[in-house]
Ligand binder design. Structure first.
Ligand SMILES: Cc1ncc(C[n+]2csc(CCOP(=O)(O)OP(=O)(O)O)c2C)c(N)n1
Length: 555
């Protein structure tokens, strides 16, 4: 019997989410959290029911990545939580605010190895900022408040919260939960003065933007600042859309297949501003860009977590601040006067590097397709992708104009593009959303195409089919030339797959057919898949299997 005026804890949880501004949740249902599913009805939340918890967690990650607010996913106990783990890992490595709520067995059965029981804290403890489960329904609000704070404060990341089934049905007095106030970590006036002094004295400065927690306003403000001070701006691996690729200060991205001239420019710089990012293994070109363990007087590292500062890089100036607060505090000052002209040179080098096209074996040229996309997509279109050699064509030739328009994991996790596209189209119904996937990549979460069909989301998925786990094939050909093991793929007809799901599908076998197929897909107004078949030889814009084999003297 419920007491007068009391509600189920599951309803109190949903009310708290609403209070914290949550509008979207992504889920796969389970009997372990029926009370929450029940509370979704009439809550006003936009609920996206997914086909796999990995997809749901990736959608929540994409949401958190683009909005800067915690993405929220609900899954059932052990099987659902285990499936969702990949999304938690992405959020952890990529610093995305995310809260995964996972159903849990009844409290009275806990510790017995009950059906689908999982030690949430044990399993997720090492890949999240916090993993726990409340035991007392009256403290649920406190736990949820802490989850929001922890996921978004300092270096953002995932929180995993187990929800015992019986706790969710317990009646609680509706209380006013503690408020959620996102924390901005601001730099001191002394830190800003020290930065300004270094910038004014620098002859060859460069900035590298990275990390999460940026806003459109901070990006715009920093762009103006960079131009004023003749400061070239690079972006970190898969953070390309933190800057407008056609802004006169843009110098390109550091990541896989980075422009060697840009790498040289960073190595030769007398001032490097690493703003918001950690410069991990890929962006640092295998920790070679700035030597780990060495004194780096030229480096100014701005990061919102004091434990990250100094962990890898001994920067001459360390500033604990979120990128937004740092940019807000920047002193306009007089324009830097020493040796100007480097910004234009860096941007010209970027434009030349990304201009294309490059030659490619076979009837489909991916550089030409990327160039067509960059010339024909609306500038605010989203490009969502996962991992594979195909992504190097995006990085090299697509030019990202709008803030956060590239939605792709720095953890290089396959299967991300389709769920991310679903989340973006759900969030921004009027924007053009394109997922680009490899053939291996696509089938890791291609089932979420059904979610796009279910909600009439006209995402357009470009499946780049080279009949191979090409990226691994590339590594194989480098390490063991001519010896192909477990990387060949025999693929289905992806256009027929799209039609079977109720979407639009077309096959593209030559470059010149791409534009017409793309336009037909868009005109259909339906979720679409373009199955693009291309030759496996060109693994990246600068590497072919035939070239690698020739160099190794293998046929
Ligand atoms: C979830 C996951 N599993 C495995 C890998 C290792 N991996 C990276 S790229 C790749 C192959 C990708 O193949 P495909 O999607 O066909 O793209 P291609 O490299 O051929 O362009 C694999 C297996 C990964 N990054 N993520």
């Amino acid at each position: 019997m419920s007491e007068v005026g009391s509600i189920a804890a599951g309803s109190a949880l949903v009310a708290q989410l609403k209070l914290y501004g949550v509008e979207h949740v992504f889920c796969v249902p389970g009997e372990s959290y029926l009370a929450v599913l029940n509370a979704f009805i009439d809550s006003g939340l936009t609920v996206t029911v997914c086909r796999h918890e990995g997809g749901a967690a990736m959608m929540a990650d994409a949401f958190g990545r683009v909005t800067g607010r915690p993405g929220v996913a609900f899954v059932t106990r052990a099987p659902g939580a285990a499936n969702a783990a990949v999304g938690v890992h992405i959020a952890f490595e990529d610093s995305t605010p995310l809260i995964l709520f996972a159903g849990q067995v009844r409290r009275e059965f806990q510790g017995r190895g009950a059906w689908q029981e999982m030690d949430i804290a044990g399993v997720f403890g090492a890949m999240s900022k916090w993993a726990d489960e409340p035991q007392d329904a009256s403290r649920l609000g406190e736990y949820v408040a802490r989850a929001f704070h922890t996921a978004s404060a300092g270096r953002p990341g995932p929180v995993v919260m187990g929800l015992p089934r019986d706790l969710l049905t317990e009646q609680v007095k509706p209380a006013t939960p503690p408020p959620f106030r996102p924390l901005e970590i601001a730099p001191s006036a002394r830190a800003i003065a020290a930065w300004t002094e270094r910038l004014n004295a620098a002859k060859a400065p460069i900035a590298i933007l990275g990390g999460s927690g940026w806003t459109q306003a901070a990006r715009d403000r920093f762009a103006t600042y960079a131009e004023r001070h003749d400061l070239p701006v690079a972006t970190s691996y898969r953070r390309i859309s933190l800057f407008d690729s056609l802004h006169p200060a843009y110098a390109g991205d550091v990541g896989l297949g980075a422009n060697p001239q840009l790498i040289q420019r960073i190595k030769a710089a007398d001032l490097v501003l690493l703003l918001g990012g950690r410069l991990g293994e890929v962006a640092s070109q295998g920790f070679s860009l700035l030597p780990v363990g060495a004194d780096l007087p030229q480096l100014v590292h701005v990061y919102p977590d004091p434990e990250e500062l100094g962990r890898l890089y001994s920067a001459g100036l360390q500033i604990c601040a979120s990128p937004v607060a740092f940019v807000d505090a920047l002193d306009e000052g007089a324009p830097r006067t020493l040796e100007r002209g480097r910004m234009d040179a860096a941007h010209a080098a970027y434009l030349a590097w990304s201009e294309g096209p490059t030659p490619q074996t076979g009837a489909v040229n991916l550089s030409e397709i990327m160039i067509w996309l960059r010339s024909n997509l609306p500038t605010n279109a989203f490009i969502c992708n996962g991992a594979g050699g195909y992504a190097s064509w995006i990085h090299r030739f697509f030019r990202f104009r709008s803030f956060a328009s590239h939605v792709a994991p720095t953890s290089a996790t396959m299967g991300y593009g389709v769920p991310a596209a679903v989340a973006m189209q759900r969030l921004f119904p009027d924007r053009c959303v394109v997922a680009i996937a490899g053939d291996g990549d696509f089938l890791m979460n291609g089932q979420e195409f059904a979610t796009a069909v279910q909600y009439d989301l006209p995402i357009l998925v470009i499946v780049l089919d080279n009949g191979s786990y090409g990226s691994i094939r590339m590594s194989q050909e480098q390490a063991y030339p001519g010896r192909v093991s477990a990387t060949d793929l025999r693929n289905p007809d992806f256009a027929a797959y799209a039609r079977a799901f109720g979407g639009f599908g077309a096959t593209v076998e030559t470059t010149k057919d791409f534009a017409a197929a793309f336009l037909e897909a868009r005109a259909s107004g339906r979720p679409s898949i373009l199955h693009v078949k291309y030759d496996v030889d060109s693994l990246t814009p600068s590497m072919t299997i035939s070239g690698l084999r020739r160099a190794a003297g293998v046929d």
